[in-house]
Design a protein around this ligand. Structure first.
Ligand code: TYD
Length: 147
């Protein structure tokens, strides 16, 4: 996918997933490539056993699109585009937070037993990460001058 410049936190939003309910047999939610979400999934990973009080994330991605789902339990995701921050509480398995590229994210307040499932548009590559906040701000400034 071509790099889109100048994404903001307002390009990130909660997507409501389908919830198929069977009487007394529980629920089922579905995510489909390019239908539920505007990208194709190449990778799925999940965070679990995160000790209370720990923080995850603390980085941005240059090109990666992600859908973050609290498959179990709850946690917060704080998004930062360099000028605006938004915090989302994820606590429903039938909701996903779409995070576009160029957004600094921090995950906090994991409940006990929380599972953070991430559906990602690309395979894992360390080159796609921006792990230093000053570098992130420089990246956003270059975005602005190019966009
Ligand atoms: P990282 O993305 O830094 O975790 P978080 O931001 O959630 O705190 O990844 C933690 C470690 O796992 C790091 O050593 C890289 C490795 N990793 C992979 O090997 N493949 C992956 O798909 C991901 C997401 C991480």
């Amino acid at each position: 996918m071509e790099r889109v410049l100048n994404y903001s936190v307002y390009d990130c939003s909660i997507i409501k997933l389908s919830k198929h309910h069977s009487d007394r047999k529980g629920n089922l939610s579905v995510v489909e490539n390019n239908k539920t979400i505007p990208f194709g999934i190449k990778r799925l990973y999940y965070l679990y056993d995160v000790p209370g009080g720990e923080s995850r994330g603390g980085h941005a991605h240059k090109d990666l699109y992600q859908l973050i789902v609290a498959a179990s339990g709850s946690f917060t995701v704080t998004l930062d585009d360099g000028s605006v921050k938004r915090t989302f509480l994820l606590n429903r398995p039938y909701q996903g937070l779409m995070v576009v590229p160029g957004i600094w994210r921090t995950l906090d307040d994991f409940s006990s037993g929380a599972v953070c499932m991430v559906l990602a548009s690309e395979g894992y590559t360390e080159n796609d990460y921006i792990r230093n906040y000053d570098d992130f701000m420089k990246f956003k400034k270059n975005d602005s001058s190019n966009g």
